[in-house]
Design a protein around this ligand. Structure first.
Ligand code: DGL
Length: 265
């Protein structure tokens, strides 16, 4: 029987965006086996009710546990802010979630105004509300729902004209309000960084939580003695998607040892 340390890190997202988190985890912990579930058929989660997001998160968690996950990374801000409390209260397995990096942005801003681009589900969640109300109340937060962005990314239309138009619409008000930090509060959005940077120029810092999540995964694995110490040249990275396999393949084209399959889920 395989030692528990060799079991995979389970990761799920409403779609392919969570691969931005998988990449950070894989870079920091190259020895680890991983299993990633892209629930693209049900994306976007950001427009769904909390109950629907919890139900989908339960389904994803059950799938990853069945596949032998030793910990679960909720690589989705929307699922984390709406469902992680429920998951932690109902499963024994450790969960690592992701939340928009508004704390570091609020600590480092010089203008006192920060922007956040996230889904409706994240911005309306109780957890997000709790985090924003814990910030220094002199900080002004310009919130924008990135409506339509996840759908375009899921369709492989990252560099489309429509994407540029939407990004200009969401980012321009942040610039007008003098935001010097823009927080990407959705794991799909790091894939839009070059286009966003084109709109903002170099004066605005654009941040996300990917690296912090990977560090947190490492910390939890260390604390629970779950780090995989067996050095194998070929860690096993399995990806399941219940929609278009090609979009996921394109996202992972620079990575070796990735096995991508369609899943009727
Ligand atoms: N990647 C998800 C997130 O971080 C996208 C949410 C959605 O499907 O709307 O929020």
């Amino acid at each position: 029987m395989k030692a528990i340390t060799q079991q995979p890190i389970g990761i799920f997202d409403s779609g392919i965006g969570g691969t931005s988190i998988w990449k950070e985890i894989h870079q920091l912990l190259p020895n680890e086996n991983t299993i990633y579930l892209s629930d693209s058929k049900h994306a976007p989660y950001g427009q769904k009710s909390t109950k629907e997001i919890i139900d989908l998160s339960i389904k994803n968690t059950d799938f990853l546990i069945k596949k032998g996950a030793k910990v679960i990374v909720v690589a989705c801000n929307t699922a984390t802010t709406n469902a992680i409390e429920f998951l932690r209260n109902n499963y024994a397995i450790p969960f690592i979630g992701i939340e928009p990096a508004i704390k570091p942005a609020s600590l480092n801003t010089k203008t006192g105004t920060i922007g956040i681009l996230a889904t409706k589900g994240t911005l309306n969640s109780a957890l997000f509300e709790k985090t924003t109300s814990s910030l220094n109340n002199e900080i002004n937060i310009v919130e924008r729902v990135g409506e339509g962005l996840v759908e375009l990314i899921e369709n492989g239309d990252i560099y489309s004209k429509k994407m540029t138009t939407l990004l200009k619409k969401y980012i321009t008000p942040m610039l007008e309000e003098k935001c010097d930090y823009i927080v990407l509060g959705c794991t799909h959005y790091p894939y839009l960084l070059p286009q966003i940077q084109k709109i903002t120029g170099n004066k605005v810092k654009i941040i996300d939580s990917g690296e912090a999540v990977a560090k947190q995964v490492k910390k939890i694995l260390q604390q629970q003695n779950l780090l995989n110490s067996i050095t194998s040249k070929q860690p096993n990275n399995t990806f399941y998607i219940n929609k278009d396999v090609r979009v996921l393949e394109a996202m992972l084209k620079d990575y070796e040892n990735c096995e991508i399959s369609f899943l009727n889920f």
